[in-house]
Design a protein around this ligand. Structure first.
Ligand code: OGA
Ligand code: MN
Length: 281
């Protein structure tokens, strides 16, 4: 007989995020546990499972609870395993023989949503903390649903039918760099307001780092509207700041939360293992 796991879900912020305990991800995830994880994810949009001592394979099994796990060729050798796995990415500032072992290495990153520049953005992202600096390097999560719901009705109406142009510029980490980059980068167009298929909530789909402009309003007025919305979304009442502890496993919903990163010292190692979940093809 299976030993029942008592799952506890505790919100970490009134608008977004919860801490989920009572699950051991080294064990197979049975269908009841999977249902509870999905329910917590739909409700809180960001869930953190602390104290998980897991390998890459366990992280993939966890990610698969939420949809198809990306296994395209972004291969990098896992520093902790002899076996390397397709789909894995490391977020790290660690250099070996002068070469970075991961991506998104240094410092602050403005708010964004992973894959906004793609026609089919990533549904969710999972990050597993391996090495964390003593100060800073928090990941901030903003509820784009709570931000939408707090807008005055006339603004909600104004946004109805508008679309955003979102660009890929991961080597840029601020809006100023993104806006002034003369290089043609990958981009996609999506509605500025989207309805979540599971929660039914509407949310704002735009971000400081990736939303280049509003389609048809590529002028000062459009940029002013965009900045007003961006600043609205980043208000503390919509933002949970996650301070990482090694062995935290976090998954966030890119459809209804944006994320950002606070600054941290280049002298301390930071290493997280990342897998994304896509929309089914
Ligand atoms: C990411 C990302 C933020 C962080 O992995 O997509 O934005 O805190 N990471 O490293
Ligand atoms: Mn990101």
């Amino acid at each position: 007989m299976a030993v029942t796991q008592t799952i506890k879900v505790e919100p970490t912020h009134p608008a977004v995020g919860a801490r989920v305990t009572g699950v051991d991800l080294r064990r197979p995830i049975d269908s009841d546990v999977a249902d509870e994880l999905r329910a917590a994810f739909t409700r809180h949009a960001v869930i953190c499972l602390p104290g998980q001592t897991i390998e890459a394979g366990h992280q993939v099994e966890f990610a698969a609870v939420f949809g198809p796990v990306d296994a395209d060729d972004r291969q990098m050798d896992d520093p902790n395993q002899t076996q390397s796995r397709p789909g894995v990415m490391y977020v790290s500032n660690i250099r070996e023989d002068g070469k970075l072992i991961g991506v998104l290495p240094d410092g602050e990153m403005h708010f964004h949503s992973d894959g906004m520049h793609r026609d089919n953005p990533y549904r969710a992202t999972t990050l597993y903390a391996i090495k964390i600096p003593s100060h800073g390097g928090n990941t901030l999560f903003s509820s784009q649903a709570a931000a939408y719901e707090a807008l005055p009705a006339d603004m909600q109406q104004r946004l109805d039918g508008l679309k955003g142009k979102h660009v890929f510029n991961y080597n840029k980490t601020t809006r100023a760099d993104m806006r002034t980059d003369p290089n043609e980068t990958a981009f996609a167009i999506h509605p500025l307001v989207r309805t979540h298929p599971d929660s039914g909530r509407k949310s704002l789909y735009l971000s400081r780092l990736m939303t280049h402009s509003i389609v048809g309003l590529e002028n000062a007025e459009g940029e002013e509207l965009l900045l007003e919305l961006i600043e609205h979304c980043e208000k503390p009442e919509f933002v949970y700041s996650h301070k990482w502890t090694p062995n935290d496993l976090v998954i966030w919903d890119n459809r209804c939360v944006n994320h950002a990163r606070t600054d941290f010292s280049a002298d301390e190692p930071r290493l997280l293992r990342r897998y994304t979940v896509s929309e089914p093809a």
